[in-house]
Design a protein around this ligand. Structure first.
Ligand SMILES: Nc1nc2c(ncn2[C@@H]2O[C@H](COP(=O)(O)OP(=O)(O)OP(=O)(O)O)[C@@H](O)[C@H]2O)c(=O)[nH]1
Ligand SMILES: [Mg+2]
Length: 451
């Protein structure tokens, strides 16, 4: 055992637990050790050092070594460092997850490259080593299910804040919510992006879509009705149960095999009607449902028809339900192919004017204008402009999976912070509770303190 040549308070490039294989060829097992990467050495410890005088068990010198991503048979997520001098030795290390293995390989390869050792460049995996979204999601899941969930259960987090997360909540693809008055071309828009129809899609000039439709990826085309969908643990819709059966009969998933749906899920909504038809004709609270979908979506597309710009009071109420999710809203001025350039300029101006009155943001909204459908343009005058706008929107949507992953990490960190505060408060209250008598009085006192 030797003392460290640096202080533990310094920022180390990388540290964490890994499994390390003992020296023996056959019998030795992988044991959990704490590793710190510092300078050109990888230090390992029996346990995580807790400040003060830290003693390490050994080091692996990275000056003259090779990194190999190959796994030892029977040891998933293992990799090795082959040290050439002073004596040839292969050190076997192992992550608990694929993500951990990748993170360490990345850190070690970077370090070696900096020192002029380019051997890591020859390893194909390392050469193109990038964290994929799947890796990050795997990491988030293992963090939540292995560490946080147990604490959440013990301290009844679900009773105070939001329900426990399920696997499907963390795995869910980014969602795009489409919202607009009837016949603005929401369903046509989805078909345009999918490059074909999806099961249950109805397109027509009259109000056609009469339900909320989650358009998701599936091996073969089929529909799943709302009641079945809300109890399916593999789909991220268990929370919609709270809207009651009135809503569940008007909710459906449409599964189809399309490239785009491997990355995102669309929520098609029934068009907002005007007057009583909107309020009385529905068996569920429309704005509440919109509010829920807005909170779980990553992008909200507000569609407008260049032909009929009027924003009805009911649509205004739906837009107000988006409050708190303003940064997700993007506006699309659809069906612009049906009017002339001169009309388009006027329509665009008047759309901005009406939007300014409904949406209170200091910035100007980005409006994508075009004709998002699979048919030829009625008036091809502005074809070039439409194509450029459509490409912009598609590019924006393509960056979604990356942003959605960052958002998930962000939300988990937020959740972990809340959980920590919650645990500290509960612990404090518990300590104050007398063991035998006077519990009621104390409870009242504590309640007063927090209310
Ligand atoms: N000219 C033109 N017509 C379009 C375009 N997109 C859709 N349409 C037409 O507009 C009508 C309504 O389209 P839908 O896709 O059913 O609209 P929706 O918003 O889903 O309507 P609801 O489901 O009833 O709310 C149909 O007749 C479409 O053919 C477009 O880009 N240009
Ligand atoms: Mg529709």
């Amino acid at each position: 055992m030797t003392t460290l040549p640096f202080s533990l308070h310094e920022t180390q490039e990388k540290e964490g637990f890994l499994l390390k294989r003992g020296k023996g060829t056959f019998s030795s097992k992988y044991q959990k050790r704490w590793f710190i990467l510092y300078d050109m050495e990888l230090y390992y410890f029996q346990n995580k050092p807790k400040g003060g005088k830290a003693e390490f068990s050994g080091t692996i010198n990275l000056k003259d070594c090779e990194l190999s991503e190959d796994e030892e048979p029977g040891a998933p997520f293992s990799f090795s460092i082959i040290v050439k001098s002073p004596a040839n030795r292969q050190f076997w290390l192992r992550g608990e997850t694929k993500l951990q293995k990748k993170e360490w390989l990345l850190a070690l390869a970077q370090k070696m490259r900096k020192d002029g050792n380019t051997s890591a460049n020859n390893v194909p995996e390392i050469k193109h080593l990038k964290m994929t979204h799947d890796d990050v999601i795997t990491g988030i899941k293992s963090m939540y299910f292995e560490r946080m969930l147990e604490l959440e259960k013990r301290f009844m987090y679900d009773e105070f804040f939001t329900p426990f997360l399920k696997r499907s909540d963390l795995e869910a693809k980014p969602m795009i919510l489409l919202l607009g008055q009837y016949s603005v071309g929401k369903t046509s828009f989805i078909e345009y992006l999918l490059k074909g129809p999806f099961p249950g899609a109805n397109i027509g000039p009259e109000p056609t879509t009469d339900r909320f439709m989650a358009v998701m990826w599936g091996e073969e085309d089929r529909n799943i009705p709302g009641n079945a969908l809300s109890v399916d643990p593999d789909k991220p819709f268990t929370a919609v149960n709270k809207f009651g059966t009135g809503f569940l009969t008007k909710f459906e998933a449409s599964l189809t095999n399309s490239e785009m749906l491997k990355k995102v899920t669309f929520i098609d909504t029934p068009g907002v009607l005007s007057g009583e038809k909107q309020r009385i004709g529905r068996d569920y609270d429309f704005p509440e449902v919109i509010k829920y979908f807005a909170s779980v979506s990553d992008v909200i597309l507000l569609l407008f028809d260049a032909h009929k710009l009027d924003i009805s009071d009911e649509f205004k109420a739906s837009i107000h339900a988006l409050k708190g999710n303003d940064e997700k809203v993007k506006v699309v001025l659809n069906k612009a192919d049906a009017i002339t350039t001169q009309q388009l300029v006027r329509v665009y101006g008047s759309l901005m004017w009406s939007l300014g009155k409904v949406i209170n943001t200091p910035e100007v909204m980005r409006v994508y204008l075009g004709s998002f459908w699979n048919k030829p343009y009625k008036n091809p005058e502005n074809e070039k402009l439409f194509r450029a706008e459509q490409q912009d929107l598609i590019d924006d949507l393509n960056t979604l999976p990356r942003n959605a992953t960052v958002r998930k990490v962000n939300e988990l960190v937020k959740r972990a912070r809340t959980l920590r505060a919650h645990i500290l408060i509960i612990n404090h209250l518990r300590k104050q509770m007398p063991a035998m008598l006077g519990k009621e009085k104390k409870t009242k006192g504590a309640y007063r303190q927090f209310s």
